[in-house]
Design a protein around this ligand. Sequence first.
Ligand SMILES: Cc1cc2nc3c(=O)[nH]c(=O)nc-3n(C[C@H](O)[C@H](O)[C@H](O)COP(=O)(O)O)c2cc1C
Length: 173
Amino acid sequence: MKTLILYSSRDGHTRKIAYFIAKNINQSDLCEIKDLHNNLNINLHKYQRIVIGASIRYGYFSIKFYKFIKNKMNDLNTIPSAFYCVNLIARYSRYCTPDTNLYTKKFLKSTSWNPKISAVFAGALQYSKYNIYIKILMYFFMKIIKNKISLKDYIEFTNWNQVKKFSGYISKL
Ligand SMILES: Cc1cc2nc3c(=O)[nH]c(=O)nc-3n(C[C@H](O)[C@H](O)[C@H](O)COP(=O)(O)O)c2cc1C
């Protein structure tokens, strides 16, 4: 089995999850991890399983992600595939499944891609990677939702057990 894990990430957290999945899927499988943003013309038929992860900014995935899914729709629907979405709102248990997370639910409803399994993972706040405007924006956003966080903080909300479980399901695709 050859598995491809593609990630669409702005600050690296979705990539970190991709590497964690690769470590936790069946050890005997070959696994390649690639940045979706640099591999828009990749031949997906070299792989028996495809996993795609993408993060949310300002309520949306990146444009490259939407374009990739659209362009590769036929291939994606003929090869067993899995999808995971990364965002901050998913740190609340009421928003952490594909049926309850607004971004994931909306995307899966609107696309013709039919991943066999989907998951939603809470992301991370990485103030050191943000420019001053995003730092201030995220600081006030966290304040509004009553999370007191210092501008120096790096906070990971990801439930790695949940990612491990998802990796196990991928092994069975
Ligand atoms: C500028 C910015 C906008 C964001 N917008 C949202 C949002 O609308 N909803 C949400 O739940 N999370 C939002 N997030 C949180 C990200 O989804 C989270 O930080 C995630 O870990 C980013 O993953 P990445 O590093 O792979 O891009 C935002 C983060 C940043 C920096």
